[in-house]
Design a protein around this ligand. Structure first.
Ligand code: ZN
Length: 301
């Protein structure tokens, strides 16, 4: 596939050394990037109307003022901010906005938004779980506003994407599919929350490759084919990996490859574009290998 990576150095400036969600994550994830035929594109800040369609105006203002006037600090016990956080977060959302534009114009068939802070825990009106603005939701809204009729979001992060699910719960143009460790942080993502356009696959600790392969090899494919979306957006959280220090899903390198390859091939076979946005993943060496696996699968298919 014609592949692009959206990246800006501002993503490294939102940082708290020693915190699991730190700038080294992105550096390690991108270490192998130059070995692959991918074009790197610098994004711009997200358009205010798109951000406003995902988040409450008062919340956006609160983030801006906190970063401008009260940094450093914490929005919740997990979610820090510094003086660069607002700028990094609007650029992360902007990468998703531009990523969709570049896919819809045909410039790329696959893009990876290599961004920080991550997004899938961010709710309409609050930061949560290391996330400030919901980048996957921004991509979905941008696609819908550009005339795309149906959007499929697949979230393979080990944590449930509560924010993304809640933002689109009452919008049946968006299908939300998530595999995650359960019961686990953030507590949501049980099957009782499923609907005709929300499909949670809660997985017990230690599920490993067998369960994740079943989820993507069969359940994802059925849901994806029957929804027949016009774009696939992926919340790519590499904390499903066995080496991750925060989680226990125990998925191997090969299992990660199976997931990424299934997503890329499904989009390719359906003739639709695919956008990945970086969520979690906290072991630096596993992140480096997962970056390599993802770039390989994007360019070879
Ligand atoms: Zn996670």
């Amino acid at each position: 596939m014609k592949a692009g990576i959206l990246y800006d150095e501002i993503f490294l400036k939102h940082d708290l050394p020693g915190h699991p969600e730190n700038a080294l994550r992105l550096k390690y994830f991108l270490r192998s990037m130059s070995e692959y035929p991918v074009k790197v594109v610098k994004p711009g800040p997200v358009s205010y109307d798109i951000l406003r369609a995902v988040h409450d105006e008062t919340y956006i203002e609160e983030v801006k003022i906190s970063c401008r006037e009260n940094a450093p600090g914490f929005f919740d016990p997990d979610t820090y901010y510094n003086a660069y956080t607002f700028d990094a977060a609007v650029m992360a959302a902007g990468a998703c906005e531009l990523g969709v534009e570049l896919l819809l114009s045909g410039e790329f068939e696959a893009v990876f938004c290599a961004v920080r802070p991550p997004g899938h825990h961010a709710e309409r009106n609050r930061a949560m779980g290391f996330c400030i603005f919901n980048n996957a939701a921004v991509a979905a809204v941008k696609a819908l506003n550009s005339g795309v009729r149906k959007v499929f979001i697949a979230d393979f992060d080990a944590h449930h994407g509560n924010g993304t699910q809640h933002i689109f719960e009452s919008d049946d143009r968006v299908f939300y599919f998530s595999t995650h460790q359960y019961p686990f942080y953030p507590g949501t993502g049980g099957i009782s929350e499923n609907s005709d356009h929300v499909l949670n696959i809660p997985l017990p600790e230690g599920s490993g490759d067998a369960e994740i392969k079943k989820a993507y090899g069969r359940t994802f494919k059925e849901a994806f084919e029957s929804f027949s979306p016009e774009i696939l957006i992926v919340s790519a959280g590499y904390d499903l990996h066995a080496d991750d220090p925060l989680t226990g899903l125990e998925v191997s390198d090969e299992g990660v490859r199976f997931v990424v390859s299934t997503l890329v091939r499904s989009a390719k076979e359906a003739g639709i574009p695919i956008l990945f946005t970086l969520e979690g993943g906290y072991n630096l060496y596993a992140l480096e290998r997962c970056g390599r696996i993802t770039f390989e699968e994007m360019v070879k298919n």
